[in-house]
Write a protein of this length. Structure first.
Length: 153
């Protein structure tokens, strides 16, 4: 029986997804919601799963972005943030539907930048493709593996 830890970084299009199998990072990608559901459904037959999600819904304040020049631009940014928050709610609903436990983590930009990419590769040994969202997902999964929070609820 395998033990899977899934890291998730909500996104309005395709969430970042990282899969740790028995503590080893085996996949880093971005997936649409239904493709993620198919992946998790298949993994459930092979072992236990626990997910670790960046909690973008915890920030209920209006974001202020440097360089935003007018109210229209600020509205577009806040709309985008709302879409990402809805993505998190959809991920949580899917995990609940599949009976997969999850842990929410505070927002963190660890491993998102190019400098962070180098650290990500050193820490995880990952040499394949990645983007900001998939590396962020790998970070939250890494926290679960490191803290031993890998058991299903």
């Amino acid at each position: 029986m395998n033990n899977y830890v899934i890291g998730l970084d909500p996104d309005s299009d395709k969430p970042g997804v990282a899969v740790y199998k028995n503590g080893k990072l085996i996949a880093v990608k971005s997936l649409g919601l239904f493709n993620l559901m198919d992946l998790l459904s298949g993994m459930k037959t092979d072992g236990s799963i626990h997910a670790h999600i960046e909690n973008v819904c915890a920030n209920n304040a209006r974001f202020k972005k440097g360089g935003v020049k007018n109210a229209r631009a600020a509205t577009a940014i806040n709309r985008s943030i709302g879409m990402v928050q809805q993505s998190q709610r959809n991920l949580e609903e899917m995990l609940n539907h599949l009976g997969i436990g999850y842990t929410l983590h505070s927002i963190d930009s660890k491993w998102k930048s190019q400098k962070g990419k180098r650290e990500f590769e050193l820490v995880t040994g990952w040499k394949g493709q990645s983007n900001e969202d998939s590396r962020s997902a790998a970070y939250f999964g890494f926290l679960g593996v490191r803290n031993g929070n890998t058991k299903p609820c």
